[in-house]
Design a protein around this ligand. Sequence first.
Ligand code: GUN
Length: 296
Amino acid sequence: MTKYIDGKEIAVKIKTQVKNHIDQLEKKPRFAVIQVGSQSASEVYVRNKIKACKEVGIETVYAHLDEGISEQSLLGLVEGFNQSSDFHGILVQLPLPKHISIEPVIEAIDPLKDVDGFHPLNVGRLTVKSTTPYLHPCTPWGIVHILDTVFPKKNQESGLRAKRIVVIGQSLIVGRPLSIMLQNEGATVTMCDKFTHHLYDHLRNADIIITATGVPGLIDRDMVKKINNPNLTIVDAGITKVDGKIVGDTNKDVYDLLETVTPVPGGVGPVTIAFLIRNILKAFCIQNNLPVPVIK
Ligand code: GUN
């Protein structure tokens, strides 16, 4: 029987713990979320982030900017939030309009307030397994948390140690940082992308497949039948709207061939938002020299 990971249940557990910590704080964390333009997917993501913040007692300022705003004006706004000690987390929703380069915008965010974990300092600290507290990227952090529940620690050793994990999708938001986090857990990681030739050749020996390409049907029943591993886990972080419905990279008729799967919707998505909330609390604690709460 396939085990379905309930992302909403995991998210509620995380958010409840975060809320309990925030309830005990005198001063509450504040979060600035910036959206440029009105891309429909971004509107939904931003709305869900703001809603989750409200649920746990994080105050949010939502700066919804005109599509035509200049890069300079956007950088100026980010700098204002950097300078204000009233704000502990800053997020610029991606994608940005074509006339704005992502790199200077991400680099403009104070790394201590970079709750997306995209700033090169945070990515670098992740890569060198820094002992200095830093902010993790939310989707990869959530995925590793999900996998930790499926493959729990044994004698203090990560349950992912030596697992053969194939990550499909080399994005800066998910695939790349995730590959580093998995290596930090001792996993044997293979990186593929939606362009990879003969994908099956790379998947045939996998214990775990994590896909984040936004290509519906990339993983289909024929492929998984050929892989022929009754213990296979698939974590699907792909999100695409098809005929008004949200679908992942994995066809749903694959699910019954798997040991464990994160369904779309209701798998990785809610967990990602919970880990953003967790990061905002973490950023608040780091900035205020408070111990970072242990959340399970
Ligand atoms: N667009 C899609 N996912 C994300 C995310 O995790 N962070 C930001 N800033 N933009 C996104």
